[in-house]
Design a protein around this ligand. Sequence first.
Ligand SMILES: Nc1ncnc2c1ncn2[C@@H]1O[C@H](COP(=O)(O)OP(=O)(O)OP(=O)(O)O)[C@@H](O)[C@H]1O
Ligand SMILES: [Mg+2]
Length: 329
Amino acid sequence: MTTILEFKNYRMGFKDDEGKQYNLLDDLSIKLEENKALGIVGESGCGKSMSSLSIMRLLPPAAVVQSGEILFRGEDLLQKGDEEMEHIRGNEISMIFQEPMTALNPVMKIGKQISEAVLLHNPKMSKKDAKKRALEVLERVSIPNAKDRYDHYPHEFSGGMRQRAMIAMAIVNHPALLIADEPTTALDVTIQAQILDIMKQLIKESDGSLLMITHNLGIIADICDEVVVMYAGQAVERGTVKAIFDAPQHPYTCGLMKAIPTTKSEKEPLYTIPGTVPTVLQFKEGCRFVERCEYASERCHEKRPPMCEVSADHLVYCWKFASGEELSC
Ligand SMILES: Nc1ncnc2c1ncn2[C@@H]1O[C@H](COP(=O)(O)OP(=O)(O)OP(=O)(O)O)[C@@H](O)[C@H]1O
Ligand SMILES: [Mg+2]
């Protein structure tokens, strides 16, 4: 297997007005193999978007990269010049954002935006061929009457169609890596299912790899081969979807599983993990989940748990597991 993307002991955070630094992503190590789909899951504020924006080198101005590497095909993206990065974005790595209007230009026709993206990366292609390619890709994401829709503006599209147009734009140059950051959270459930079906189809057909970012474990189970569970900027559990869903070993993963709605939960109140994710200003030494963990001991407050191997395809960072106690949930 060839690794396409790897975070190696990556640390990033933010600086305040006085230049004091706070850490968010803490020693993050993740691997994505070619032609596979990796999910990053965690509640709001866990650092999922900061991870994807780090790959794209599109972090907000207050962000600081503190150490580590982000390897794409073995080369560190953090060392790339702006021009080279510009070429990689959209050509080799593409991103689908939560809110399509952040990626679509409101005053340019949808079709033109897509064919311009084609031309940008294939400067020698004729306008006619670029249009043909744009139409093909609009059809591929199931935009009805693509020929007519080509000349519509983003505001003339429904939310679900805008999201599909953005997917079309993201895949039109056949990126080796597609990053989807909560691509369906803003949509209603039916449209969400349609978009996920399209994405599944695309994964099946293409040779690309997918990094799917979501707070929804159901989506991970549906689409991904492997998963990283993140809590407050720390990876707490990693492995194949099967291994982790069969026997989660981190109390946070367990909590996320219990919070998945089932038909039974229509009658009972839905489980929620007590408490909230701390912000960067509140992080302390040790495991960041400690305040919400029913198993927390003194050690958990003092030192971040080591990486423990549950099996060849399953890792967990937890002192409970490290001391030989398996979790059953
Ligand atoms: N300018 C900033 N200064 C300090 N902290 C910041 C800044 N911007 C974001 N953060 C912190 O980064 C974290 C949010 O990270 P991120 O946006 O990656 O979360 P997320 O997992 O994508 O959440 P969501 O599910 O809501 O999209 C929060 O803890 C927030 O406090
Ligand atoms: Mg986010």
